[in-house]
Design a protein around this ligand. Sequence first.
Ligand SMILES: NC(=O)c1ccc[n+]([C@@H]2O[C@H](COP(=O)([O-])OP(=O)(O)OC[C@H]3O[C@@H](n4cnc5c(N)ncnc54)[C@H](OP(=O)(O)O)[C@@H]3O)[C@@H](O)[C@H]2O)c1
Length: 232
Amino acid sequence: MNSRPCIAVLGGTGKEGSGLALRWARVGFPIVIGSRDPERARHTAERLRGTVPGAELIGLSNAEAAAQGEVVVVAVPYEGHASILQSLRDILAHKLIIDVVVPLDPSNPRRYAPPPDGSATAEAQRILGPETPVVGAFHNISHLHLHNLDEIPDCDVLVVGDHREAKARVIALAEAIGFTAYDAGPLANASIVEGLTAVLIGLNIRYKGHGAGIRITGISKPAFPTHKTKDL
Ligand SMILES: NC(=O)c1ccc[n+]([C@@H]2O[C@H](COP(=O)([O-])OP(=O)(O)OC[C@H]3O[C@@H](n4cnc5c(N)ncnc54)[C@H](OP(=O)(O)O)[C@@H]3O)[C@@H](O)[C@H]2O)c1
């Protein structure tokens, strides 16, 4: 039996969610792809199993995926962020939520467009309530790096939120798939981390880059720490 926690990915049919799913599936996490259309979720799961044969990877509706996941990743465009969280609020209660959503100006993706709560992560925490830990992470990781499984990602993950233990779990989950991840502070810092994504998109456009990322320097942290399953 798999002792690793099941990870559900809402919007897991998309670029970022399916990339994270692929990476975690490859190292043995059971994955549930969520979608507004269960058939689309099943197709995505089948496609990803083709890349990682033997992976525990299935596709369901977002609600069914949220119910099955111990850890739930929110990977939908910002337009659907508040409504999916509101509709699944009861199902998500007390689970570990990883929010990767970046609110961008729809007419200019180089511009961060924070919601009234200050950030998407803060919006999620308000909607779900303080008993459900929300951690912002992976905002600065382009899907391009996630889908190429031969690539060792040359970028770091910044993790934000007000729940310390939850952040430690997310750092362990990021490091399980080869990233170096850092506790980047409280929920109040989420706007900075999310906003960096708009900066990176602007750099990609200006300098014709592909998947610009960030690296933290000046801190000595092992590149590939090994985590025991209990940490995850
Ligand atoms: N792409 C990246 O490199 C990247 C990097 C960092 C962070 N992010 C963030 O990750 C999130 C997902 O990005 P993405 O590029 O993966 O987006 P995407 O491919 O356009 O969409 C992801 C999935 O969300 C679902 N979706 C679309 N509109 C929705 C709505 N209004 N309500 C609920 N679900 C909806 C769709 O799945 P179904 O139709 O199957 O339901 C879609 O496959 C975004 O918030 C983005 O800012 C992306």
